[in-house]
Ligand binder design. Structure first.
Ligand code: ADP
Ligand code: MG
Length: 246
């Protein structure tokens, strides 16, 4: 992977507490993590371990109750609403388990949307969206609606949309969660290739052990804490024990 020494993400003592009536849940309790530009990091852990909560913190979709998240050296808590909107539209691409495509828009229109929000002229956005869709293998499905595409194809549209504005960070929350094994593997490969080609940083929350092949590091979460971090070089040795976890 074209990992650089430049730090993109810094999480310092990140805590997220949910209070629901009398119940208090420590979804994250003191996460420290640094991710370099161009790195591919998988967040692994059992259901409820805090993967989505952490993903939301890094993606500026939610904020810590304590601690800080810095992106490109800037503390997300210091950004204005307008700066946060810009960051979410331009610097970060989001991929979700359920694709989250707009059902009444064609594949092309779904991918054009983030470009049009930024004010890109229609012809240029069309050309660019068509190029990105071709890159993810969907050049022959530009005018299809999400309902006319398979799960794997819908996830490819979502990946194309996430790349629309050339983000420096791709956040993927269980991107293969709804896909069969072979399609899931293709999606993981595609994310890995895009990460290599564009030098884009990928943080992917996953249950899926196929993600291990392409990860520079795997961060294991348990009960809202970092249990351990395994880097690529050490993955082969411990893959057996990793495979037993869910
Ligand atoms: N909006 C919420 N309100 C209350 N508790 C929540 C909320 N979101 C998540 N939690 C709790 O926080 C913990 C971590 O959840 P989550 O980050 O979704 O885990 P994961 O993505 O690893 O399955 C779980 O115990 C979950 O029940
Ligand atoms: Mg989750």
């Amino acid at each position: 992977m074209p990992k650089t020494d430049e730090i993109l993400i810094e999480a310092h003592e990140v805590e997220r507490v949910y209070k629901t009536g009398d119940t208090v849940v420590y979804a994250l309790s003191g996460i420290n993590l640094t991710v370099s530009q161009g790195e591919y990091v998988s967040l692994m852990g059992p259901s409820g371990s805090g993967k989505t909560t952490f993903f939301n913190m890094v993606g500026a979709l939610d904020f810590p109750t304590k601690g800080d998240v810095l992106l490109g050296g800037r503390n997300l808590l210091d950004l204005s609403a307008a700066e946060l909107s810009y960051l979410r539209c331009v610097n970060i691409g989001y991929i979700f388990q359920n694709y989250n495509l707009i059902e009444v828009f064609t594949a092309l229109d779904n991918v054009m949307l983030p470009m049009r929000i930024l004010g890109m002229e229609k012809k240029e956005a069309e050309q660019r969206a068509s190029d990105v869709l071709t890159r993810v293998g969907l050049g022959h499905r530009l005018k299809h609606l999400p309902g006319e595409l398979s799960g794997g194809q819908q996830q490819r549209v979502a990946i194309a949309r996430s790349m629309a504005n050339d983000p420096s960070l791709l956040l993927a929350d269980e991107p293969t969660g709804n896909l069969d094994s072979e399609t899931g593997h293709e999606i993981v490969q595609l994310l890995s290739e895009l990460s290599d080609e564009k030098g884009v940083t990928v943080v992917s929350a996953t249950h899926d052990h196929r993600m291990l092949d392409v990860s520079d590091r795997v961060v294991y979460l348990r009960d809202g804490q970092v249990e351990r971090i395994v880097s690529r070089e050490d993955l082969d040795i411990s893959v057996g024990s990793i495979g037993d976890e869910q």
